[in-house]
Write a protein that binds this ligand. Structure first.
Ligand SMILES: [Zn+2]
Length: 86
């Protein structure tokens, strides 16, 4: 099974509604999240801070997430998520 090397988060700014993609690299660790559900519950996500590059708003909504595997190119499928606020 491929190891998850990173997650991609699709984040929508609450202020200017601009979407951006954020990459979260996953440490090589036994407790590292292996799928999106685990990522959502992990401290990795809680440590993220969102700042919009357009308007510098600090409130963003996660609208989707994708998984990037070690042995794959970066194209991850986007999974729709319930909105999560940073
Ligand atoms: Zn913004």
């Amino acid at each position: 099974m491929s190891r998850v090397s990173a997650f991609k988060l699709f984040v929508c700014c609450e202020n200017c509604l601009k979407e951006s993609v954020r990459r979260i690299d996953v440490p090589d660790h036994p407790d590292a999240p292996a799928d999106i559900d685990e990522l959502m519950e992990s401290s990795l996500l809680q440590r993220q801070r969102f700042v919009c590059q357009q308007c510098e708003s600090a409130i963003g909504t996660i609208t989707g997430a994708g998984v990037v595997y070690d042995d794959e190119e970066e194209e991850a499928d986007q999974e729709e998520l319930e909105p999560i606020y940073f």
